[in-house]
Design a protein around this ligand. Structure first.
Ligand code: ADP
Length: 445
């Protein structure tokens, strides 16, 4: 073999060697390194590599690793998706604050609850809520490691005004596994404004009832004492006292009856019947019941009832109570010679409207929005003298609403008052429907 040939052979062998190295080492290493890069960059694809004779074990190990990483990534993503879905569907407001009281996470419920126009993320609790009580609760939760329960007030911006709202909140420290000290605090808020308002209404109601009951009782007791102190010997005087006591006793009775009626009605028409009722007959019965008052005040009562008025489905007794209160008020509050008109007509395919008008002094504009509230009276003395309990219009409103209707007043002070009631022909709605429609706080009216 000459030298040229052997040099060629050596070069050929070297080339082959290089090619072999490239195929068995360089290329598999390249594939392995790009697979490792892809994993580190977040790829969830699993890779199976051919490692050649020398790198098979490394390639298999990388392949196994890629599978495990992909699985872990999928699990983490599912978990965070679940957490996010749960948080965003919660009606409670939830936030997570770090040790520096900076908000790191907040759900939609929180933004809705506090009407937050800007994202609270990365802002401090004090900046967003201006509440030292909240700040102290979060600090205490971090320091003590026990959940802190507080109630905070916050002025929530609603359209163009601020409304004071109350929130019940629990701040709980979060200590990651393997750590000793808490790293963050989860705060959960419940809006308890409605409950608070109900509580206030309840307290006012109890105070009002006690006051209303106490007044006639005190008067009766006063007269009893005077009688026992000797006034009983003076028959004429005693008779006068007894008459007054009887009047106040009757007032107490009326008050208790009205309170019971209201309490029944507040269970939202549970006892509402739904029978075909002639409203005309109802009004005639009421006029009969009020005959003594009409006579004694020489009142003029005019009925303008549409002759073709259809019967409606209603609770006849409750409807009687409704018209009794309205016509009785018209007679009570319209001065020396009351003139009262009752008009009833069908106003659409499915509704009738009744109007009870009088020629009295009317109702001041400022009082009009309140007169359907319990115990609201324009002139307390006048109402009491007239035997009123302050509950009549509240009862009217409840009965109307339980029938799916509406009631309102129109009055130009000095020119009488007109009370309107609209009722559907179809009668009382289901309890659930009435509850849904009534956005008001039960018990306020
Ligand atoms: P009351 O038992 O005092 O009559 P109501 O709830 O029936 O209670 O009425 C509330 C208040 O509304 C009354 O105290 C009275 O001041 C006013 N009011 C009701 N009806 C009339 C009316 N027709 N004209 C003037 N004021 C009225």
């Amino acid at each position: 073999m000459n030298e040229v040939a052997s040099a060629g052979l050596i070069a050929g062998a070297a080339l082959l060697g290089l090619w072999m190295i490239r195929r068995t080492l360089v290329e598999p290493l390249d594939r392995i390194s790009s697979a490792v890069r892809a994993i580190s960059e977040g790829s969830e694809k699993t890779v199976r590599l051919r490692g050649g004779p020398f790198l098979r074990r490394l390639a298999d190990a990388v392949g196994d690793l890629s599978e495990q990483v992909a699985e872990m990534r999928r699990a983490a993503r599912d978990e965070s998706l679940n957490l996010r879905t749960i948080l965003s569907n919660m009606s409670e407001g939830v936030l997570i604050a770090d040790q520096g009281s900076r908000i790191r996470l907040a759900n939609e419920g929180l933004r809705r609850m506090f009407h937050l126009s800007e994202s609270p993320i990365n802002r401090t609790l004090l900046e967003v809520f201006l509440s030292h009580s909240l700040q102290r609760a979060v600090t205490a939760a971090l320091l003590e490691g026990t959940p802190q329960v507080r109630e905070i007030e916050h002025n929530v911006k609603e359209q163009d005004h601020y409304r004071r709202r109350f929130f019940h909140m629990t701040a709980s420290a979060v200590t990651p596994r393997g750590r000793e000290a808490p790293m963050a605090v989860v705060v959960v808020f419940h809006d308890v404004t409605k409950l608070k308002e109900l509580e206030t209404v309840r307290q006012e109601f109890v105070a009002n009832v006690s006051h209303e009951l106490r007044t006639p009782l005190a008067i009766i007791n006063g007269y009893l004492e005077t009688l026992l102190d000797g006034a009983i010997e003076d028959h004429d005087l005693a008779r006068g006292f007894l008459k007054t006591m009887l009047k106040h006793g009757q007032r107490l009775n009326l008050l208790i009856e009205d309170l019971l009626t209201l309490s029944k009605l507040e269970t939202l028409g549970v006892f509402m019947e739904s029978d075909p009722v002639s409203v005309k007959d109802v009004v005639h019965r009421v006029i009969d019941q009020l005959h003594p008052r009409i006579e004694s005040t020489s009142a003029e009562v005019e009925l303008r009832i549409d002759p073709g008025l259809p019967s409606i489905r209603a609770d006849a007794l409750r409807l009687e109570q409704l018209f009794f209160n309205l016509i009785d008020n018209a007679l009570k509050y319209s001065g020396p010679r009351p003139r009262v008109t009752v008009e009833i007509a069908q106003i659409s395919e499915d509704r009738i409207r009744a109007a009870v008008r009088d020629n009295g002094p009317g109702i001041p504009l400022l009082d009009q929005p309140h007169i359907f509230e319990r115990f609201y009276r324009v002139r307390k003395d006048r109402s009491r003298d007239a035997g009123g309990t302050g509950l009549g219009l509240s009862i009217v409103k409840h009965i109307t609403q339980a029938h799916g209707g509406r009631v309102w007043v129109e009055s130009h002070p000095g020119h009488g008052a007109s009370f309107f009631v609209e009722l559907p022909l179809a009668g009382p709605k289901s309890v659930a429907a009435v509850e849904e429609e009534s956005n008001e706080i039960p018990g306020l009216a």
